[in-house]
Design a protein around this ligand. Structure first.
Ligand SMILES: [Zn+2]
Length: 468
């Protein structure tokens, strides 16, 4: 019984694992590796296994670093089921088709240059057809529904409290002459008290836990402060007649912010100005939230009773066309604008920043992780001049990073989760090395368990590991 750590072990991108039992091979997650173009291209095209040898796949959630390379799997011949939750099944077509579109248009753009130089054409990693082929394989399940896999293996998924539909997975693998081996997967574990989402469900009684460690060395501010932090920033900006510009991820954060704004408006705690969601993808995702209300928490349902469907509120304006988007950028009326991308790398947010960043009445609220070398990170660092579309702009708007926002468990949450799951061995994945090491030391010290920090490509025999 072998576990293959194929991707996302020592970094937070490209999650990919295989369980090989002798009777069956099963794939857990198939994320896109994101990084420098050449390296990413090579890693994403070479899956590291033959897709035809895999009997089934189980997916944790719809973030692209966990699901984004599924179309490559389909392109290379995979035709077996992809098991996931019903909400993730609704989100996947949006995520995969958008990703296919990005790969196709990137290749088309680069080919304009290579054509001129007479070089061979660049082929996109995958196309819309590959994404469609993958989407047809999805088999949705409810949380806690036991699902049988080939080789006598079974699993259940529970709410990970990370994004809509996200799941932790508990697998049972038969062993001759003894009880099944129980393996827990907490790939992207959420936090307590996140808006809209239920708290993570605690997995119990596992022999082995494979756990994320993104913030293994970090303490977050309480997620309960999110609404208050947002209220302060919004009232201050609107009070001086400015616009609030919020770069936001299309899945998760955009819906969270809209929900918090709805709550603040309902309580009369912020002025009633128009709120624009200027991201067609975030709009599509928001509709999936509306369809999957049963996944959302009690606070959401209480507000829903008071206000009705938040996504169809009159004050919330979805902009479809580029012309509508331009009308907002050129207006200086006080408003709240949400647009992608979350790290200000591309998308409509760049137009809003270009037109709004030099106005000292405005503010830019950073509500998510800002990776190194992105425009979002430069704003977060307090740079006074930034380049947008090749031109230089002076940052006169107020820039504020709201630190209470994060969808990942922090050090304390992770310690608590591992303690309650009570494994004999824990494998820390999905974290930079310093984060994994620091969490590893804490777990060894506090829980007195075996902690492993696997590298990509490592293969571990779980049965042997458990022999006393
Ligand atoms: Zn995630």
């Amino acid at each position: 019984m072998k576990w293959h750590f194929l991707g996302g072990a020592s970094q937070v991108t490209g999650s990919k694992h295989i369980l090989e039992t002798g009777e069956t091979s099963l794939l857990f997650d198939c994320g896109l590796f994101q990084g420098r173009r050449k390296e990413a291209n090579e890693i994403n095209r070479n899956l590291g296994f033959a897709p035809g040898s895999i009997d089934a796949m189980v997916l944790s959630h719809a973030h692209i670093d966990h699901c984004g390379n599924i179309p490559t799997l389909a392109q290379q011949g995979y035709r077996n089921p992809i098991h996931t939750t019903t909400a993730t099944a609704d989100l996947l077509p949006i995520m995969l088709l958008d990703s296919a579109h990005i790969h196709e248009s990137d290749a088309a753009y680069l080919n304009q240059k290579t054509n001129r130089r007479g070089l061979p054409p660049i082929i996109p990693l995958y196309t819309k057809e590959d994404a469609d082929a993958a989407i047809r394989l999805i088999q949705p399940h409810k949380y806690l529904e036991p699902v049988a896999l080939p080789g006598g293996v079974s699993f259940v998924q529970m709410d990970a409290g990370h994004i809509l539909g996200s799941a932790v997975t508990r697998i049972e693998i038969p062993r001759p002459g003894t009880t099944p081996l129980r393996v827990g997967l907490a790939f992207d574990l959420g936090r307590y008290n996140l808006p809209l989402l239920n708290d993570p469900v605690q997995m119990k009684d596992v022999d082995i836990l494979i756990c994320e460690s993104t913030y293994g060395n970090r303490h977050h501010e309480d997620a309960l402060n999110e609404g208050e932090d947002l209220r302060e920033a919004i009232t201050r900006t609107l009070g001086r007649g400015g616009k609030v510009i919020i770069p936001t991820f299309a899945l998760g954060r955009a819906q969270e912010i809209i929900y918090l704004i709805a709550q603040l408006r309902q309580r009369g705690e912020i002025p009633e100005v128009p709120v624009y969601l200027d991201s067609p993808m975030a709009q599509a995702v928001s509709r999936v939230f509306g369809k999957n209300k049963s996944y959302l928490d009690e606070d959401f349902h209480a507000l829903y009773k008071l206000m009705g469907p938040i996504m169809s509120a009159k004050w919330l304006i979805f902009t479809e066309s580029v012309a509508e988007s331009k009308a907002i950028t050129s207006s200086s009326k006080p408003s709240i604008v949400l647009a992608a991308s979350g790290m200000c790398e591309h998308g409509r947010i760049l137009h809003h920043l270009k037109h709004g960043i030099e106005n000292e009445l405005n503010s830019v609220l950073l509500v998510g992780y800002q990776a190194a070398h992105t425009l979002g990170r430069r704003l977060h660092n307090g740079d006074k001049t930034v380049r947008i579309f090749g031109d230089e702009f002076t940052v006169r708007a107020e820039v504020e990073s709201l630190r209470s926002f994060s969808a990942h468990a922090d050090r304390t949450d992770l310690l608590r989760y591992v303690r309650e799951a009570a494994p004999r061995h824990v494998f820390l994945v999905h974290g930079e090395q310093d984060q994994r090491e620091s969490l590893g030391d804490l777990l060894r010290h506090e829980l007195n368990i075996d902690v492993h920090l696997p590298a990509n490509g490592d293969v571990v025999n779980f049965e042997k590991l458990l022999i006393p």
